[in-house]
Design a protein around this ligand. Structure first.
Ligand code: FAD
Length: 517
């Protein structure tokens, strides 16, 4: 195992950490992204509404407002650069006639925040834009700069872009210890650690770069069990665990609470049901139950807002009933028989604003905390802000010739002739594995060989969608397990849904294994 030295270590591979990782690498910074799980985009970033909010909702002069509006500006070009979909559909906030005043207030707030082209839409135009609105709806606020993305596609693409351009991603690296070292005079802690390691006192083999760097510059040894890296600058983007990571360098905990959002996801047959994300009037604490379109063509209803424990992603019947009840106030004819999945994500809140800080006691230590909604939208702007701080604090950036992150082959989006040509060259693209989403074996193998190397069925799902259709994997999982095991040269019993203890098979019954065990 190696203890390499980096300019920048980023802790946490959600959308905030991945945005910063790619931004830093593209600026020539030697960066490492440390993620506790076996893949990026595993917590809040994988389970949210995917809306790139316009920015009329956050309070003016807050970090939330600033990063939301700037993030919204960045997204269209970012998605183009990353080769991922950005649905430039705008958003509608709708209300009965008593809601007009509040919509007007949101419009004024949006203008203060710098949101472009917001306007009030009257009933006739509103129903022309959205024929399935509920009968009581009279007026709306149209925010044309809002959009929709697949949050996990963007997050994975950012991490891939970082890796393709020379950044390092270390997964299964749950940071559990951070040691600050001052390289004052003479031998630094790192150097003595290095000697200790080389003399065999420690299993870890050091590759610490002792040249370069200011002698008075603090450095950090960041550990996960017996693995470690060294970095001059550290940014904590650990989401729900940000307080725990801060505590490793003695930073007092910020107030933090967790708010679960449950969802109902429909299949794609409702695709023309709505054309924009449709919001009700927001409350002090939530944007309310949204009727939303996904980039893949599903309709998404939710989320609820329920105080919970930080890892509680359970779905409750009360939550589902609440969603159905509230949806009926915004749209008519929502067909919940088309439901294919219920799921939940957990928002991490710290008071009313985002906390994005440079620590005052630990030189070159920074953190993002309480990044609740609109954190997906804000993430590229938060990354930009961190880069500004890092540059002010002396991190060296330089121009690099960046490589583009190529899109995965998507046979669904190809015309017949091109697809036939592709299948002639590689018949695996003609063998459909996931019938619902029509994903071929070739696409699954491409995902397995993609820059971040997915190690679980869920990780493949987040890249190319097998198991995301109507049957939710009932038909394709056995085939996926087989392909996965063959490609990774492991036993089928070792293939997992999401790592940990989620093996799908116990043993081969025909060999008597199950009964023997
Ligand atoms: C229900 C819901 C709906 C939302 N809707 C929207 C929306 O429509 N639009 C929008 O803009 N925003 C939305 N958001 C907000 C958005 O999803 C979050 O703000 C964003 O995903 C937060 O990203 P993050 O990187 O801070 O955290 P996370 O995605 O949670 O990532 C943190 C990462 O840190 C890792 N980690 C934790 N501890 C350690 C450690 N010790 N060492 C290493 N790694 C560690 C975790 O494994 C995780 O991968 C929504 C959120 C929810 C829950």
């Amino acid at each position: 195992m190696e203890a390499r030295e980096y300019d920048l270590a980023i802790i946490g591979g959600g959308i905030v950490g991945c945005s910063l990782f790619s931004e830093a690498v593209l600026k020539g910074v030697k960066a490492v992204l440390l993620e506790a799980d076996n893949d990026v985009s595993v917590l809040a970033t994988k389970a949210n509404s995917g809306i790139i909010h316009s920015g009329y909702d956050p309070m003016p002069d807050s970090k939330m407002a600033r990063f939301n509006v700037r993030g919204n500006q960045i997204y269209p070009a970012l998605c183009k650069r990353l080769n991922v979909d950005f649905m430039a559909c705008g958003s509608l906030t709708v209300a009965p006639k008593e809601g007009r005043e509040k919509l007007q207030m949101l419009l004024e707030r949006g203008k203060k925040n710098g949101v472009p082209n917001l306007r009030i839409v009257e009933k006739a135009e509103l129903f022309a834009m959205e024929p399935n609105l509920a009968d009581g709806i009279e007026v709306g606020l149209f925010a044309p700069s809002a959009g929709v993305v697949s949050p996990f596609n963007v997050c994975i693409a950012l991490a891939e872009e970082g890796v393709i351009n020379g950044g390092t991603l270390l997964t299964n690296f749950a940071v559990d210890k951070i040691e600050k070292i001052k390289s004052e005079s003479g031998e630094s802690k790192i150097q003595s650690e290095d000697k200790k390691i080389q003399s065999g006192d420690n299993k870890i083999q050091a590759e610490i770069n002792k040249s370069g760097g200011n002698k008075n510059q603090d450095k950090y040894i960041i550990q996960s069990g017996d693995k470690q890296v060294v970095a001059k600058y550290v940014v904590n983007c650990a989401g729900a665990n940000a307080n725990e990571v801060n505590a490793l360098v003695g930073i007092k905990p910020y107030p933090m609470n967790f708010v679960k959002g449950e969802y109902i996801l429909s299949d794609k047959t409702l695709v023309n049901f709505i054309n924009h994300p449709i919001f009700p009037l927001p409350s002090e604490i939530t944007k309310g139950i949204i009727v939303n379109v996904t980039t893949f063509g599903n309709i998404l209803f939710g989320p609820t807002a329920i105080e919970c424990d930080k890892d509680d992603t359970s779905v409750d019947i009360n939550g589902i009933n609440y969603i159905k009840e509230k949806v009926a106030l915004s749209v008519k004819n929502a067909n919940f028989k088309k439901t294919i999945k219920l799921f939940a994500g957990v928002r991490v809140k710290s008071g009313k604003d985002f906390v994005v800080e440079r620590d005052t006691k630990n030189n070159h230590f920074y953190y993002a905390l309480g990044i609740c909604s609109p954190g997906l939208t804000a993430a590229p702007a938060i990354a930009e802000y961190f880069i500004e701080m890092l540059e002010q604090d002396g991190i060296q950036t330089k121009k690099i010739t960046a490589k583009n992150r190529p899109a995965y082959i998507n046979t669904q989006a190809m015309d017949k002739n091109s697809l036939n040509e592709l299948i002639k060259k590689n018949p695996a693209y003609g063998r459909i594995i996931c019938r619902c989403e029509e994903i071929s074996e070739g696409e699954i193998i491409d995902a397995l060989n993609s820059p971040l190397h997915p190690y679980t069925i869920d990780a493949i799902k987040r890249r190319v969608r097998p198991t995301m259709g109507r049957c939710q994997g009932s038909f394709c999982i056995p085939k996926l397990i087989k392909i996965f095991a063959e490609q990774r040269k492991i036993k089928q019993e070792q293939v997992t849904i999401d790592g940990k203890t989620s093996e799908l098979l116990v043993s081969n019954i025909k060999e008597g294994g199950f009964y023997e065990k």
